[in-house]
Design a protein around this ligand. Structure first.
Ligand SMILES: NC(=O)NCCC(=O)O
Ligand SMILES: [Zn+2]
Ligand SMILES: [Zn+2]
Length: 466
């Protein structure tokens, strides 16, 4: 087993920042100690990684990705191989992707299909949530078995009628099951029935461009669904995690629930923090690159999202990485915005974008780590194995250069998609070295990882529940 020392860096976790060295023994962190104490490790080490002038942070945990996901007549363009490699380049060492129960099929079929896609192909460790798209007696029973297998969270959709949509009765039943088996229900909270009416009206009136995507997906329809999901979860006695929150009015619903002592949690994504609905109105069909749901919002929503991240009304920043190429996939919705495959790429850019928020004074360094690594790991039953740097944790570690500048671009990114949503944006801070379970997989611009290094993680249940 190889012993490595990471020397001279500033170790940042969600709770502290300290000048310390980190001893890695095999796949795990063996010790974190002051440099004078760590001095004695040097003679027994196989490698010393110099982190002078760098931050030493836990590897990122991205709990919302969609690799190779069937959607809108196509598949998201990153495979587990390309997507996890890109994640590694961007300092993320764990993803939790969404397996999908096929309509008319069982969650088990969905899980088997996702294992087949991911097994032997991932560069970093991975786990699955399960999307329930056909809630019935059998699927509800299977939830219990899946929890026992480490699939401890289930996403339901109040949007996309005819695709993933569940009605309120199905949602309530799934929540009741989760209240019994300890699973966490994740909600795509948009009123899909009302949205579909507005979509039909817009198309009939000839409003077919990408910018109408955000207009029909009204903030109040996000807020209404968020409110309804919270009330259903109260009736069921189950906790609730609302994914990709973008609207001020939806944040207010979550804040009110949390102030009332409910186990309700919110996630947002970099696209809602750094991009606005103006992107959808780009010339020609360019706006299609920015079609995702919930949609990008007008600029005034952003300051509320940032504030909610500071007050913990929003607790996690994930990417909802769901890439579709502009040239041949987004194209499917030319002339009808409702046919544009929904999703934005970002798994490679999250750590850098959030660091930019540190540089700009929006969040602290510890909050950066908490939002991107520690809380997602705790929320989804992966902590303390993932999301922190402590004796016994997996040695998933990023050595981060806080001063290096670089420009986000499709020319240089590793995601398998032909555009970057943040094209041309200059950021301060860059990943230098990435360790995944003790192995160096990225170092100084070279990739040393391999498909199949990443292992499937059986997760515990959410650690925020009382
Ligand atoms: N978010 C999005 O636009 N696409 C991925 C599917 C989902 O998360 O709803
Ligand atoms: Zn969603
Ligand atoms: Zn998603």
């Amino acid at each position: 087993m190889s012993r490595k020392i990471i020397r001279g860096g500033l170790v940042i976790t969600a709770t502290e920042e300290l000048r310390a060295d980190v001893l890695v023994d095999g796949e795990r962190v063996a010790a974190v100690a002051a440099p004078e104490i760590a001095e004695q490790w040097v003679s027994t080490a196989d490698a010393v990684l110099d982190a002078d002038g760098h931050y030493v942070i836990p590897g990122g945990v991205d709990v919302h990705t969609h690799m190779q996901m069937p959607f809108g007549g196509t598949h998201s363009s990153d495979t587990f191989e390309t997507g996890t490699r890109a994640a590694a380049w961007g300092g993320t060492t764990t993803i939790v992707d969404f397996a999908i129960q096929p309509v008319g099929g069982s969650p088990r079929e969905g899980l088997d299909a996702w294992h087949a896609k991911a097994d032997g192909r991932c560069a970093i460790d991975y786990a699955f949530h399960m999307i329930l798209s056909d809630v019935g007696d059998e699927a509800l029973k299977e939830m219990d078995t899946l929890v026992a297998e480490g699939i401890t969270s289930f996403k339901l959709f109040m949007a996309y009628p005819g695709v993933f949509y569940s009605d309120d009765g199905q949602i309530l039943r799934a929540m009741q099951q989760a209240a019994d088996n300890g699973a966490l229900v994740m909600m795509h909270a948009e009123n899909g029935i009302a949205i579909d009416v507005l979509v039909r009206q817009a198309l009939a009136a000839g409003r077919t461009d990408p910018r109408h995507h955000a207009q029909v997906r009204h903030p109040l329809l996000e807020a209404e669904a968020t409110h309804r999901a919270i009330q259903l979860s109260r009736v069921a006695g189950a906790p609730l995690y609302v994914v990709h929150v973008s609207a001020t009015e939806a944040v207010a619903e979550i804040a009110r629930a949390r102030d009332g002592g409910l186990s309700v949690f919110g996630e947002t994504c970099p696209q809602y923090l750094f991009l606005t609905a103006d992107e959808l109105a780009r010339p020609g069909f360019e706006g299609a690159k920015y079609v995702c749901s919930t949609p990008l919002r007008p600029a005034d929503h952003q300051q509320n999202l940032w504030r909610a991240l500071r007050t913990d009304d929003l607790s996690v920043v994930s990417t909802d990485h769901c890439p579709f190429c502009f040239t041949d996939q987004k194209e499917l919705g030319r002339g009808d915005f409702s046919r544009i495959p929904n999703g934005i790429p970002g798994v490679e850019n999250r750590i850098d974008l959030l660091h930019q928020a540190v540089v700009e004074g929006r969040i602290s360094r510890r909050r950066w780590v908490e939002l991107a690594c520690t809380t997602p790991a705790r929320m989804f039953g992966l902590h303390p194995r993932k999301g922190t740097i402590a004796p016994g944790s997996d040695a998933d570690i990023v050595i981060y250069d806080p001063r290096a500048e670089h420009v986000l671009s499709a020319e240089t990114h590793y995601m398998n998609v032909d555009y970057n949503a943040y094209e041309g944006r200059r950021v301060t801070g860059a990943v230098r070295t990435v360790l995944s379970r003790g192995d160096v997989i990225v170092d100084a611009g070279t990739y040393q990882g391999r498909a199949g290094h990443g292992a499937f993680l059986r997760r515990d249940t959410c650690q925020y529940l009382v």
